[in-house]
Every structure is written in structure tokens, then in C-alpha cells.
Design a protein around this ligand. Structure first.
Ligand SMILES: [Ca+2]
Ligand SMILES: [Ca+2]
Length: 564
């Protein structure tokens, strides 16, 4: 029994919500193994297929189902690709209108001389799982002076243009000073318009490329940004449109950049935020938004801003990793304040790339032949707060969630002893949501005393968990109260709650319909408080009974029904 004499509002957070996300990776397609996979893309055509890019020059297609056990060869251009080390088929991008035009774009290295080729291919007119190998239209080529640092990423931006990562050409320290030289395409992010070719080119120069108006014919008008060493994977955040890039460092620092039109990202003057070779460096350089030293890894693999639903805690964070150490980080950056990072896991194998499916769920491509995905978070609902306040003698409950997954809703439960709860109301949830949701409920069925409330969060599949508990003290009863018993009708036990405002002798007796006294439930001195007593009617026969509370001049009688 609970007895409270002060009237102070108590707000007790008795149980902290202590579920934490599991940021582990699991094999996404256990029956599939790839050979030197470097990229994973989707076609954005509603087919929910995935396309894995193998370094040798093969693109494999398969349905996005964990049980899949075979792939089909979408494209095989091994006869045109030189591969090994940092060379090979390095990138794939589907045209934003792929569903209607069937165009996709690749970035690969070809031999004699070693060069990068950016090409367009078309899907077969009769087989959606096969490309027409003879449809190749070469858009752009540039020679590679060394076998390493070939960039390789291709992706369409929200502006519909094709962006291409070109490394600085290779060797170490950018000996040809390519990245700072705007008369070649090495060490750049290139941007071209594949839909509006400007003869004799097979592409157009977007009107707002930074050097488009330059009369210097030597300056490459395809340049979008420069000063990059070897951007290994960039991506566009589908929500903000920001271009996130991982730029591989030289000997000490790996960096993440937000790439903007016409900006110089510093290499080979700077490695990360640190001077590398300042000879001739008098430009304006953009700092990375985040960097890590070679105590944590040796080669960044840029990823994606997570916009999926399976791991709500990571929504909006940039997920990237290190090829060598296999550490995976979540970067939080709002464009104003310094980025913060959290290492969220270590991958099971070397990270060559990340990829997303049509639902923006994230995958990790490993050089070990497997593709991984996050194990979906076990936390269905992230509750931010749950409070109880007393408003004119009633209890108002307020809570809000940061994220919800498969949330059918909340059953509000109340208890007077903190141990036994009864359901008092159900409020529907927001299913799956990554925005803040606010809930409130006013409990008018309270008078005085001490109450506990808790939230039982229920999933659509019926599974549930208990969230926070809060407690409130409505103080000493102001008058005698004899509540209706519950359950009622009953068999054979029922509970009677009553309230005592002043100290005195309390009597509760049970009578039959003829007025015969059947049983004494309470007959003792009581101090002010809220009480309950149980009636065990095992020895009684079915029928109507009365129970009466008496104290001094106060009397109250209620009817109850025993159904045996
Ligand atoms: Ca190279
Ligand atoms: Ca830089």
C-alpha cells in the first residue's frame, strides 16, 4: 500500500531507457561472392536490383534479396580494361532517366597508353539484365602517367550532370603537380553534361562550371573542383544535395571534403589540414570537414550520407571507412559547426566501397568478396523524453520520439504501487518515422495519491517493450472515497480501492441482498492515504452483494456482482 502525505509534485525518472543500437555488419548476400568488387550501384528504375562492379571489367546484376544465389553478367568489357592494383573498371553510374533511356556510364582504365575512359553504354533492348557491349560511346579520355591514383567514381548530381573523380595521376607527392594545374583533368572533380553534347565533344560543358568563360584554351572547362589527390568515392546526399568525397592522403592524413563548385581542395600544397609541399602555393584552399591520421587507417573509402530506415540512429550521418584498418565512422556535420565523428564498427574485411539500394539502405563492399549491410537496429523506437505533470489535479503525460520503426503505438499503463500496472489508454504511433513526433495524454481518472506511469511500445507485429517509468504524487486524499470494485462482476476475487482523508477507525463490511453481514474486510485505525483491499469470495454463492465503508459519520455503500 502507498501512503503519501506531502503534496509536492514528484517527477521521477525511475528507469532510464538503455537500449543501444548495434552497428554491426552482416553479410547481405551469403550465397554470393565477388571477385575484387569495387563498387555497388542501383539503377533507380524501381527494379530493386543491385549491380556489383568487379575490377577486371565485369558488372554483375542480381535481385536485392538476401537469399539470392546467382548473379547475371550485365556487362563484360574485360577485353578493353586493364586491371590490377588501382587500375580496372572503377566506377558505374546509371543515368537519372535510365528507366526510359537505358544509358549507364562507366569509368575504366585502358592500356597502351594507360588512360582513363569515361563511356556510355546502353542496356539490351530485349534483356534488362544484360547490357549491349557494342553500344559503347566514349565520352572522355585522359592519359594516366602512373598506374595508381586513377580516381574512378562517376555519379550524377541533383543537377543531372555527370561528376567524375580523377586522381592526380599517381606516383607519390604529385610529382607532375597535376592537382593544382587547371590545364589538365588530373586531381580534379570533373563535371560534364551528358544530355547536351557540344560538337565535336560527346558531352557538354555545364554553363556554371567555374572556367567555362575562360578564354584560355588550355584551361579545362570540364573542371568542377580541383586540388584533389585521389578521390576514392564520392556521393551526393539525396536530401541536401551536398557532394561528399573521401580524398586519399599521402603519408599522414585521410580526409573528407564537401566538394563545391570552383573550389581548390589543397593537394599537393596540403594533406588534410597540414602543409605538405608549399612550393608555389599561394591560392585559397578549402579545408576538409574531417580528417584522420594514419594511426587510425591508411586509405579512406568515402561512403554515403545514410538516408535509409533500418538504422534510424545513423540517419543524416555520413558513413565512411578505411580500406586498410576497416574502421567505419559516422560523421555528423551541419555545414556550420565542426564535424564530429564516431567510429561505429570495424568491418569484417577491407572496405573498397559503400553502396546504396533503391531504398537508400547502405551496403559495404569488401575486397574479401562479400557485400555487407548494417544489421537492422534492435531499437524500434527512440524515446527522447517522457514526463508527467500535474494539471489541476489531473496528470498530463508528454513524450516525444526522435525515430520510430514499425511503431503501432503506445499503451499507457498506470500503477499505484509501481509493480502492478493497468492499461488506461492506447495512442497510435507513426509507424516508421525519422522526424520528431510529439504525444500527450491527460489522465483524468485520478484523485490523490501516488501514481506510476509507463509506456508500453507496441510494434505492428505485436512485439513490445516497456519504455520509461515516471511517477507523480497527487498528495493526501481530500475526502473519503470508496471506489467501485474491479473486476466487477468477479469470480472469485475482486479489489476495492478506498481513500481516507483523516485518521480514524475504518470499517469495510460485505452484506448480502437481505442485509445480512457476510464478511469484514477492514476494521482498524487508518492514517490518511489511499488503500486497497481484496475480497476472496470463494465461499460465497453467486449473486448481488454490497460493500460499505464506515468511518465516524461517513458511510458509503456500493454494489458488486459475484458470478461463479
Ligand atoms: Ca594514374
Ligand atoms: Ca585536401
Amino acid at each position: 500500500m502507498i501512503k503519501k502525505t506531502n503534496y509536492v509534485i514528484l517527477l521521477l525518472i525511475l528507469i532510464q531507457y538503455t537500449n543501444y543500437a548495434q552497428y554491426n555488419f552482416e553479410v547481405a548476400f551469403p550465397n554470393l561472392t565477388f571477385s575484387s568488387a569495387l563498387d555497388l550501384q542501383n539503377a533507380g528504375d524501381g527494379s530493386d536490383r543491385l549491380f556489383a562492379v568487379e575490377r577486371s571489367g565485369v558488372i554483375k546484376v542480381f535481385p536485392n534479396q538476401s537469399t539470392v544465389n546467382t548473379t547475371k553478367t550485365f556487362l563484360n568489357i574485360t577485353d578493353r580494361v586493364t586491371s590490377g592494383g588501382e587500375t580496372g573498371l572503377l566506377g558505374l553510374a546509371f543515368h537519372p532517366n535510365y528507366e526510359t533511356n537505358g544509358y549507364f556510364y562507366v569509368n575504366y582504365t585502358a592500356p597502351s597508353p594507360l588512360r582513363t575512359i569515361i563511356s556510355r553504354f546502353s542496356v539490351s533492348s530485349t534483356n534488362p539484365d544484360s547490357a549491349d557491349k557494342n553500344s559503347e560511346l566514349i565520352l572522355l579520355t585522359y592519359d594516366q602517367p602512373y598506374s595508381n591514383h586513377n580516381g574512378g567514381c562517376v555519379a550524377f548530381g541533383p543537377d543531372g550532370n555527370l561528376y567524375i573523380a580523377a586522381g592526380d595521376g599517381g606516383s607519390g607527392g604529385d610529382p607532375q603537380n597535376n592537382a593544382q594545374n587547371i590545364t589538365n583533368l588530373l586531381g580534379k572533380i570533373i563535371r560534364i553534361d551528358v544530355d547536351n553534347p557540344q560538337v565535336p565533344l560527346n558531352y557538354g560543358i555545364p554553363a556554371d562550371n567555374p572556367f567555362v568563360d575562360s578564354t584560355n584554351v588550355n584551361i579545362r572547362k570540364e573542371i568542377y573542383a580541383w586540388g584533389l589527390r585521389n578521390t576514392w568515392r564520392f556521393s551526393f546526399d539525396p536530401v541536401t544535395g551536398w557532394l561528399w568525397a573521401g580524398d586519399v592522403g599521402q603519408g599522414d592524413w585521410e580526409e573528407v571534403d564537401i566538394i563545391q563548385n570552383g573550389k581548390n581542395y589543397g593537394w599537393r600544397c596540403y594533406e588534410g589540414n597540414h602543409p605538405y609541399n608549399l612550393s608555389g602555393c599561394n591560392g585559397v584552399y578549402e579545408n576538409p570537414i574531417w580528417e584522420y591520421s594514419h594511426s587510425l587507417g591508411f586509405s579512406i573509402s568515402g561512403g554515403y550520407v545514410y538516408r535509409g530506415e533500418n538504422v534510424p540512429e545513423l540517419y543524416g550521418k555520413y558513413i565512411c571507412g578505411d580500406y586498410v584498418s576497416a574502421r567505419v565512422w559516422a560523421i555528423d556535420y551541419d555545414g556550420i559547426n565542426p564535424a564530429t565523428s564516431t567510429q561505429i564498427t570495424t568491418a569484417p574485411g577491407s572496405i573498397t566501397s559503400f553502396g546504396v539500394d533503391e531504398n537508400n539502405e547502405l551496403y559495404l563492399v569488401s575486397f574479401n568478396g562479400k557485400i555487407y549491410r548494417f544489421t537492422p537496429t534492435i531499437v524500434p523506437v527512440e524515446l527522447i523524453s517522457f514526463n508527467a505533470t500535474i494539471v489541476e489535479g489531473k496528470v498530463r503525460l508528454d513524450w516525444y520520439t526522435a525515430t520510430e520503426t514499425n511503431n503501432s503505438g503506445f499503451t499507457i499503463q498506470r500503477s499505484t504501487d509501481g509493480a502492478t500496472y493497468e492499461n488506461i489508454f492506447f495512442i497510435g504511433g507513426n509507424g516508421t518515422s525519422t522526424t520528431r513526433n510529439v504525444y500527450s495524454y491527460l489522465d483524468e481518472s485520478v484523485s490523490s495519491g501516488f501514481y506510476y506511469y509507463r509506456l508500453k511500445q507496441v510494434d505492428f507485429d505485436g512485439s513490445f517493450e516497456y519504455l520509461n517509468v515516471v511517477a507523480v504524487d497527487l498528495g493526501t486524499p481530500k475526502e473519503f472515497v470508496l471506489e467501485q470494485n474491479y473486476p466487477n462482476p468477479f469470480n472469485p476475487r475482486t479489489v476495492i480501492n478506498y481513500q481516507v482523508p483523516v485518521e480514524g477507525l475504518i470499517s469495510i463490511k460485505v452484506y448480502d441482498v437481505l442485509g445480512n453481514e457476510i464478511k469484514t474486510l477492514v476494521d482498524e485505525q487508518k492514517s490518511p492515504g489511499i488503500y486497497s483491499v481484496e475480497l476472496d469470495a470463494t465461499q460465497l454463492t453467486s449473486g448481488i452483494y454490497f460493500y460499505k465503508l464506515s468511518s465516524g459519520t461517513f458511510n458509503s455503500t456500493r454494489k458488486m456482482i459475484l458470478l461463479q
